[in-house]
Ligand binder design. Structure first.
Ligand SMILES: [Zn+2]
Ligand SMILES: [Zn+2]
Length: 194
């Protein structure tokens, strides 16, 4: 059940934008609360959550995250622009900016994909878990989702905890080999494209 503070009425007049957006950065308008893109230029309300376009998100909602870099939008429903320092952009424009600002070599990573898994040397692991680790350094299975503990996940957890090339008590050759494979994967993913 949502309650609206009268001060927060969606019908109040919009605050003007003081930052001029360069023309080449203009993309379709998107909801700052859920990231849904407007179906037409005349649309004034988000068809998904009802928020007027341009309004900051309500305080009681879960804010959307970027599926490329995993950042969640700030309380104003925006993220700092990757293109223009000082400019804050909605999630839709942020996603468009990733075309010029990739987080890693996803084309290559996709080439290792097998369904929802990724092949790493003689092992495989859940694609999403591995990609999140490569981008953020965090090992997690996503919200409310337990992930299987396999060799690669163990290797990622060990590297995160002990660093690369650490001496680990009770280490096993299998883990060592998997850690080497994960380190190699990390290096290759972040190689600058020519
Ligand atoms: Zn919305
Ligand atoms: Zn992003």
């Amino acid at each position: 059940m949502l309650t609206l503070d009268p001060e927060e009425s969606p019908f109040r007049s919009r605050t003007p934008t003081h930052v001029a957006i360069p023309h080449e950065l203009m993309v379709a308008i998107a909801c700052r609360q859920c990231g849904t893109v407007a179906g037409s230029t005349s649309a004034t309300f988000c068809r998904r959550c009802g928020l007027p376009y341009g309004e900051p998100p309500r305080h009681d909602v879960e804010l959307p995250s970027c599926h490329v870099c995993y950042q969640t939008v700030d309380d104003d429903g925006r993220l700092p622009s990757l293109d223009a320092p000082g400019l804050r952009v909605d999630l839709h424009r942020h996603l468009a900016e990733h075309d010029r600002h990739p987080v890693g070599d996803d084309e290559w990573l996709e080439s290792l994909r097998l369904g929802d898994r990724v092949r790493i040397g003689r092992w495989s692991a859940p694609f999403d878990v591995v990609r999140r680790y490569l981008v953020t350094g965090v090992v997690e299975g996503g919200r409310r989702r337990a992930f299987e503990h396999n060799t690669i996940v163990t290797a990622m957890t060990q590297i995160k905890r002990f660093g690369h090339g650490a001496t680990i008590l009770g280490d096993q050759p299998e883990w060592q080999a998997a850690r080497a494979a994960v380190s190699e994967l990390m290096e290759r993913y972040h190689l600058r494209r020519r």
